[in-house]
Design a protein around this ligand. Structure first.
Ligand SMILES: [Fe+2]
Ligand SMILES: [Fe+2]
Length: 264
């Protein structure tokens, strides 16, 4: 089974990137299931219902979450609906929501979980449960009635946390996939007990920007301005993802590779 994990879809430029390129990438690589990071889909904050539908039409089957997941009521509604293939970070305590989902497509199945890093800007402070403790209690619940591969999305800022989570879940999860940086890391590999790992997938959206927003405003803010961030929607766009090939009987990952494309 080939699973494509697509990095943070950042606003309109991110959505247009998937519209332009996702089908082609899936056909070229015989992709069976597509998972995408959805915390920034609608103007950088969560995902609206209509944008969820747009991305589903583009070919996304399951959606992970991050620190912006709770900033839009539509997203809260999506992750609170058991029938929706959208998860929120499992270690943010509070309301009841999808803390894992089994994604089914054409006879293939994969479980997805998102965890927030402990150290994250604008994080949820003492509302964030230790991600190691959280995944310890969640894995047995997932495996209660699911024998397939589990993809753990680690949405964090600190590289040491990401690397540690990879090693902690080596042999327990099929893959540990980092995101939130919006910049791809080049450390994809299969760990010693068979888990695929990458520190960060990167993002989909405007290339000449500060992580998807106008860089001139980001610089003004860095200098002390309180100007509001503005999404950057001009070409060129970038597409960043990882492709994981999972053995259908052993759940072991055979390969992990980065896919990066620039749309001019
Ligand atoms: Fe993001
Ligand atoms: Fe994030």
């Amino acid at each position: 089974m080939k699973v494509l994990y697509v990095g943070d879809v950042m606003g309109k430029a991110g959505r247009l990137t998937l519209k332009k390129i996702l089908l082609k990438i899936c056909l070229q690589n015989n992709v069976d299931i597509v998972i995408a990071q959805a915390e920034n889909v609608s103007h950088g904050k969560g995902m609206s219902i209509s944008h969820y539908s747009q991305l589903e039409e583009c070919g996304v089957n399951g959606f992970t979450g991050g620190n912006h997941s709770f900033e839009r009521q539509d997203t809260i509604n999506l992750v609170s609906n058991l029938n929706m293939p959208v998860v929120a970070p499992a270690n943010v305590l509070g309301d009841t929501y999808n803390n894992f989902k089994i994604i089914n497509k054409n006879g293939f199945s994969v479980a997805i979980v998102s965890l927030l890093g402990y150290t994250i800007p604008g994080g949820y402070g003492n509302k964030t449960q230790n991600p190691l403790v959280c995944i310890d209690s969640l894995l047995p619940k997932i495996q209660n009635d699911f024998m397939g591969p589990i993809i753990v999305n680690f949405h964090g800022d600190v590289s040491s946390e990401k690397v540690m989570m990879g090693h902690y879940l080596d042999g327990k999860a099929a893959a540990v996939i980092g995101d939130h940086w919006h910049v791809p890391a080049a450390d994809e590999r299969i760990l010693s007990n068979g888990t695929a790992y990458i520190s960060d997938v990167g993002m989909c959206g405007a290339l000449d920007s500060s992580l998807g927003v106008d860089w001139d405003i980001a610089i003004d803010r860095w200098k002390g301005s309180s100007a509001k961030y503005r999404m950057h929607n001009n070409l060129p766009y970038q597409f960043n993802a990882v492709l994981i090939d999972v053995d259908n009987t052993s759940n072991k990952v055979k390969s992990i590779s980065r896919i990066r494309e620039i749309i001019q």
